[in-house]
Ligand binder design. Structure first.
Ligand SMILES: [Zn+2]
Length: 601
């Protein structure tokens, strides 16, 4: 049963819209526009001022919600918590409002006419799903700022007008009407366009007939050789990614990057024709920046367009768990690795090392099924498996690629699976199901059953059968079965030395108190000057007993600290992914196919 307020019904009919599910007593809105105010004054308070204006045909209440999450960031963030000083007006007069729940407001128009709801949004969260302001700059996601009518449909068009300093710039994927006015065809599009406002660097280039823009903050942070390097990497990574789906469904793609020394590590979030990345400055010119960039751009196909039906359409009010996140995230990660090696950005050896790192990562955590790890994304489990669907899903992609190539004598590959689903589901305006995924895999593999594969390695927790699968692609794991001293840190090297970008919880360095952002000065008696310190550290401590204490000297924001680590080792699982010299001619073709994207016949 529906209860549509009487004054609204004729307008719905006139607009030719089907009946809509509207909360009891609530009414539809029309002529939606948003005003976004960010200038030197609001920047001082780290606030973005937002106004939403719409017309109503009657006097019934309007319910407006803010999203609980930003698609792609599979966590509930409840952006409503950042709302301050909300008000509602009609014809210049304040009107009544109250809250319907913690992220929903109910506004009570006094009759037909134009209503405006305004608030200030606290932009102080340096996170890719959030909003963050500096004295000369802000970025935000539409999910942070833009109300949607609760229970109504999201197909309404809207206008966004920016109010900012005359010499500040705007970079956004929204459709431009002028330098300050933009439109979105529906709410999904409106909140899928992260936006920069303020002072930043912006340039663009053409790749295969499409425009690619690069916006970086702060000004000057990515200039000269660093900028040229990323542009060169993007130029090289695009053709191999374009070849997978054989369709480039955008005219313009924008890469938005923030570099900030307060940010430990690197993080990026995908959108349909843009992505937002936040990095520690040590990522400048690192191949890891290129890997993450490729991952996010490939997402514009895989998850933003080709998407599990559990996520179609996005529901902004609730968590949307899916057993298929390993496809959306893990296989995207596999294609990022492939884009770099196929584009000549990294060597095959780098690809093997990246793959080996993923094998080690999976071996280092409790056995977990890909489908279960996918579902758990929303709660970040604390047993070590959080996020394992990236590396483990990527390796599943490699295995499926090898099995499809082997079954088809290298005439087909994982690319055919992706392309079939893209055409069969996304181009028909819907998500894909698990059955459709495996049907596409079977089809590409000439009818071979993947039931056991699914039961053991996707729904099950069996260790991956590398000794059986890798030789099919002329590869093997060479056992390096020695004890290896491990600090449990991920580091990056820049012109000033070695900086910690991630610390493994419970690892030797983590227990000693090392934090992301610390610069390593020395480890034991090993002076840390470049990436060679790891090998020197392992060499120096290889014969000492576990638990031996050693000094870790770090520079933390200019202060020198001496921390005490206890020696830890990983043992027996160590291996190295190498090319198999004894590989058959067919296995060599498959290996070459993976590295270049080629298929035979
Ligand atoms: Zn991703």
């Amino acid at each position: 049963m529906k209860n549509i307020s009487r004054a609204v019904t004729p307008i719905l009919l006139a607009a030719g819209l089907p009946g809509l599910a509207i909360p009891l007593g609530a009414q539809m809105i029309d002529d939606v526009r948003y005003d976004v105010v960010f200038n030197a004054e609001t920047a001082q308070r780290r606030e973005i001022h937002v106004e939403m204006t719409f017309t109503v045909a009657g006097g019934g209440p309007v319910t407006l919600s803010l999203p609980a999450w930003t698609p792609g960031a599979y966590e509930l963030d409840d952006f409503a918590r950042n709302v301050r000083s909300l008000w509602a007006r009609q014809d210049g007069a304040e009107i009544r409002w109250d809250m319907a729940d913690f992220d929903t407001w109910r506004v009570y128009p006094t009759g037909p006419g134009e209503v405006t709801v305004g608030f200030d949004y606290l932009a102080d969260d340096l996170d890719t799903s959030a909003a963050w302001a500096r004295p000369d700059f802000t970025y935000f996601n539409g999910t942070n700022l833009f109300f949607f009518p609760e229970g109504g449909d999201l197909s309404f068009e809207s206008l966004v007008t920016f109010h900012t300093e005359p010499d500040w710039k705007i970079a956004t994927g929204l459709q431009a009407l002028s330098s300050l006015e933009y439109t979105a065809a529906d709410y999904h599009e409106l909140v899928d366009k992260p936006t920069f406002v303020g002072r930043f660097d912006l340039d663009s280039t053409q790749i295969d007939g499409k425009t690619y823009r690069l916006a970086t903050y702060p000004e000057g942070v990515m200039a000269g050789a660093d900028r040229a390097t990323l542009w060169d990497q993007i130029q090289r990574m695009m053709p191999p990614m374009e070849a997978v789906m054989d369709d480039v469904p955008w005219d313009e793609y924008t890469t938005l990057l923030v570099f900030d020394p307060e940010f430990g590590g690197g993080s990026a979030l995908e959108h349909s024709d843009s992505h937002l990345g936040i990095y520690h400055p040590s990522f400048l010119s690192s191949p890891v920046l290129a890997l993450i960039t490729a991952h996010e751009i490939f997402h514009a196909w895989n998850v933003k367009r080709l998407r599990p039906s559990d996520l179609w359409p996005y529901d902004y009010g609730r968590a949307m768990p899916t057993e298929l996140l390993w496809i959306s995230e893990g296989i995207t990660d596999y294609y990022a690795d492939l884009a770099l090696v196929r584009g000549g950005i990294v060597s095959p050896d780098y690809f093997y090392q990246t793959t080996q790192d993923k094998i080690d990562e999976v071996r280092g955590v409790p056995p977990v099924a890909l489908e279960d790890a996918s579902l758990s994304a929303w709660i970040n489990p604390r047993d070590g498996t959080s996020g394992i669907y990236y590396s483990k899903g990527s390796l599943a992609g490699l295995m499926i690629d090898i099995l499809v190539r082997d079954a088809s004598d290298n005439r087909r590959s994982l690319d055919d699976v992706m392309k079939a689903l893209y055409q069969g589901a996304y181009l028909r305006d819907r998500g894909f199901t698990e059955d459709e995924w495996w049907a596409a895999v079977r089809e590409a593999a000439g009818g071979a059953s993947f039931q056991d594969f699914h039961d053991s390695f996707v729904d099950g927790r069996e260790p991956y059968p590398w000794d059986e699968i890798l030789p099919l692609a002329g590869l093997r794991l060479q056992a390096d079965g020695e004890r290896v001293a491990r600090m449990g840190v991920m580091t990056n090297i820049d012109s000033d030395g070695v900086v910690v970008v991630d610390v493994q919880p419970g690892g030797s360095a983590g227990m000693a108190g090392v934090r992301a952002g610390d610069r390593l000065v020395s480890v034991g008696e090993v002076a840390v000057e470049d990436g060679g310190f790891g090998a020197a550290f392992r060499e120096m401590f290889s014969d000492r007993p576990a638990g031996t204490t050693y000094d870790i000297v770090v520079d933390r924001a200019g202060e020198r600290l001496t921390l005490t680590g206890k020696l830890e080792f990983t043992e027996t699982t160590a291996s190295r992914l190498v090319e198999d010299d004894a590989a058959s001619e067919k296995a060599r073709r498959i290996r070459n196919g993976i590295l270049t994207g080629a298929v035979d016949g």
